[in-house]
Design a protein. Structure first.
Length: 195
């Protein structure tokens, strides 16, 4: 067998057209397989990074809201922009002072907040999207808040004299990126009771 190959390639005639076409066909199939594997890998990394950005933005927003709920002395859930339960108003004890409001703006798909606690006096701040991931002017925001709702979880609600407003508040967020991927996040936070 080895002698056949030695004889075959020892003459100076070169390769036939069939051998060249066969080699090109095999190499093109191998190259196509490598290209498909590479593009799938790039797509997986892109999808993972997009979801992790949504998750980190949502987690940061929920943690910020929970931190303010825990130290508030009064928590009320109101309507904003014609949507039920889309505004959370928090008031603080006298040593902190002021109030903070979180509200969902449906027209621009953003979660915003006003913070006048501890004399901060910052208003109409965007909580989500926290970072501006736009690639070009006029392009949609990378992350949109498709739904936000604050729900009281305690049965007595604002009539409870011990909690001075709602004592347990569930915050629900539905985020969407520019590719249509959605992420649902929620948490329940207990407010410290103030007497």
């Amino acid at each position: 067998m080895l002698e056949f190959f030695i004889k075959r390639f020892s003459n100076n005639k070169g390769l036939s057209l069939i051998e060249i076409v066969t080699a090109l066909l095999i190499s093109s199939i191998a190259f196509t397989g490598l290209l498909v594997a590479y593009t799938d890998g790039v797509r997986y990394v892109r999808d993972y990074s997009e979801r992790s950005v949504m998750y980190s933005e949502g987690t940061a927003a929920l943690e910020t809201i929970s931190r303010f709920i825990r130290v508030s002395s009064r928590a009320l859930i109101k309507s904003y922009g014609g949507n039920r339960r889309t505004k959370l108003e928090l008031r603080f004890p006298s040593e902190i002072g002021g109030r903070t409001e979180f509200y969902y703006v449906d027209a621009v798909h953003e979660l915003r907040w006003n913070d006048s606690s501890e004399n901060r006096n910052k208003f109409n701040m965007v909580l989500i999207p926290l970072m501006d991931y736009r690639r070009a002017p006029g392009e949609d925001a990378y992350i949109k808040v498709k739904h936000c709702e604050f729900t009281p979880m305690d049965f007595m609600g604002v009539t409870n004299p011990l909690t001075q407003g709602y004592g347990l508040i569930k915050t629900e967020l539905v985020l969407e990126n520019v590719y249509g991927d959605t992420l649902y996040m929620s948490n329940v936070t207990a407010k410290r009771n103030r007497f």
